[in-house]
Design a protein around this ligand. Structure first.
Ligand SMILES: *[C@@H]1O[C@H](CO)[C@@H](O)[C@H](O)[C@H]1NC(C)=O
Ligand SMILES: *[C@@H]1O[C@H](CO)[C@@H](O)[C@H](O)[C@H]1NC(C)=O
Ligand SMILES: *[C@@H]1O[C@H](CO)[C@@H](O)[C@H](O)[C@H]1NC(C)=O
Ligand SMILES: *[C@@H]1O[C@H](CO)[C@@H](O)[C@H](O)[C@H]1NC(C)=O
Ligand SMILES: [Zn+2]
Length: 488
């Protein structure tokens, strides 16, 4: 997906984020520019939740309060382990009466347009629920507003080309029984599974915003779509799917930890930090990559990018301040080279990486030669390959589908066969099934998932030694008082 800063030359100051928008025109995107903007201030609302006095593991939930920013906050809480008796294959999930619950706020638009947008959310949710089995209601904070008003009319609007953005509102580091490694799972997906700890969930599973400045077509307008309009339900389905886990954790430190390094030639998982000031915050650990990333491979030689992530995170220099961590990483040899390999892979040309689902064909992902576009590269399907296919939904930009209604697109892209009343083509279904969703029509099992307690605890380095002797409750208290906010 394309972040707003990739949308226009003026966008570099917008944020250090790699959100997940759907853009109107891929052709308008420019290369990521080098100008390093000031690191944004940490949000004030980053306080961790109080721990309950009871025992149990300290679990860290990583929240992403806004789709426009990669600022993460970590909330820690103590969680009781649940009995293992909840067997993997035992439970049959019933579909939720209401698969999606939208908390909708609408500014900058007429009552009639707001109502059209509200109906668009409802129908988009129903389309997804026809493709996936949703047993636990997914809560979406959905906002329809002018992106440009919010940016300030006085300056160039960075977001004028962005239709919408969305992200999972919270992640947990977790793994299925047989997995060898932890991965970030979006809260919406964790909720469909059986976690091994009692969890405190974020109020929302997905945060999504849609640009009221854009000429959207709403189904309930009872007219044909205009040539300059984009189907609103298409955009909502696309954004919600990002929030359901169609998203990458790969990030450029150059962009995210802006101003702290001049090196834009590598990608890596972000890091857990302790402290509210980026310059003095201590890196405690690497974050895991997303469960989605676990299935991505380099096209040229089928090298799994998750293997490169393992090499990157073998860098032992945690326990130091962020600037020192960055310079140490860039001098680290093999870990750094693996980060460069990832960057090279995603800038090697089109179709340079692919999602290899558990079953089914490779799905080629969006990449461009010599051009890394955060928010667009990686976590979308390749535009040219798929825009006329049943797997059109996750293309990075609407482009040639502007002026076509969702019904028309489905009809022409599936040669009239349709998508079984849903919205996912076969490749998209295989991707969603690989990351853990149960597809419509599949037999339902509730997967038991293990939560990684305190994934931010240092695994090596000075801080690791410092805390090695600390008891868990003491550590938990330390987490509450020192974990303030993270910029990811
Ligand atoms: C997990 O492993 C068990 C045995 O170790 C096996 O029976 C089961 O099929 C595996 N599950 C998956 C999803 O691979
Ligand atoms: C479109 O038609 C439907 C059904 O006839 C009606 O309920 C709805 O109010 C109409 N919408 C508009 C904007 O006129
Ligand atoms: C879209 O096209 C219509 C009809 O050509 C035109 O009246 C309208 O101004 C256009 N809207 C935008 C935002 O360009
Ligand atoms: C997409 O539309 C552009 C014009 O907007 C056209 O030049 C291009 O050929 C179209 N792409 C395809 C694959 O048809
Ligand atoms: Zn997108």
């Amino acid at each position: 997906m394309h972040p707003p800063r990739a949308a226009t030359a003026a966008a570099t100051a917008a944020s250090a984020a790699a959100p997940v928008p759907l853009l109107a025109l891929l052709a308008l995107l420019l290369p990521l520019l080098p100008a390093a903007s000031a690191a944004p201030a940490a949000p004030a609302s980053a306080a961790a939740a109080p721990l309950s006095p009871a025992g149990g593991a300290v679990v860290a939930r990583v929240d992403r309060p806004s789709p426009f920013s990669r600022a993460h906050t970590v909330t820690t809480f103590r969680a009781a382990a649940l009995p293992a008796a909840v067997a993997t294959q035992a439970k049959v999930a019933r579909p939720a009466v209401q698969p999606f619950q939208f908390t909708f706020s609408c500014a900058d638009a007429s009552v009639a347009v707001c109502e059209s947008a509200r109906l668009g959310f409802e129908r988009a949710g129903a389309l997804i629920a026809n493709s996936l089995q949703i047993a636990t209601t997914i809560n979406v904070q959905a906002t329809f507003r002018s992106f440009c008003n919010a940016a300030g009319k006085a300056r160039n609007c960075d977001l004028g080309n962005t239709l919408g953005q969305a992200a999972a509102a919270a992640y947990f580091s977790a793994k299925l029984d047989n997995a060898s490694e932890w991965a970030f799972y979006p809260q919406a997906l964790i909720k469909q599974m059986q976690p091994d700890h009692s969890l405190q969930f974020n109020q929302y599973d997905i945060v999504a915003e849609f640009n009221a400045d854009f000429p959207f077509f709403f189904r309930n307008s009872n007219r044909t779509i205009l040539a300059n309009e984009t189907d609103f339900e298409f955009v909502v389905c696309h954004e919600l799917t990002h929030g359901l886990g169609f998203d990458t954790a790969w990030a450029s430190y150059y962009t995210v930890y802006s101003g702290m390094t001049r090196d834009s030639s590598y990608l890596a998982p972000l890091v857990y930090l302790r402290g509210s000031n980026l310059n003095s915050a201590v890196v405690t650990s690497f974050e895991p990559i997303n469960i989605w990333d676990m299935y991505v491979q380099r096209s040229a030689d089928s090298q799994a990018l998750s293997a490169l992530a393992r090499t990157i995170t073998s860098f032992g220099g945690v326990g130091t301040e962020l600037p020192k961590f960055l310079s140490g990483f860039e001098a680290s040899g093999a870990p750094y080279r693996a980060g460069r390999d990832v960057f090279s892979a995603v800038t090697a040309g089109s179709r340079a990486i692919a999602f290899k689902p558990k079953s089914g064909d490779l799905v080629y992902l969006q990449t461009k030669g010599g051009l890394y576009q955060p928010g667009s590269s990686i976590a979308h399907v390749d535009y040219d390959t798929y825009w006329t296919s049943p797997d059109f939904l996750m293309i990075p930009a609407v482009q040639n589908l502007t002026g076509s209604s969702l019904d028309d697109i489905i009809k022409s892209n599936t040669k009239g066969v349709g998508l079984d009343g849903g919205i996912y083509g076969p490749g998209t279904k295989n991707i969603m099934a690989s990351i853990g969703w149960t597809l419509a029509g599949q037999s339902t099992v509730t997967l038991r998932i293990a939560i990684n307690p305190s994934p931010d605890l240092p695994k090596s380095g000075a801080l690791a030694r410092a805390v090695a002797g600390a008891s868990l409750p003491a550590l938990a208290a330390a987490l509450v008082s020192t974990l303030v906010s993270l910029w990811l």
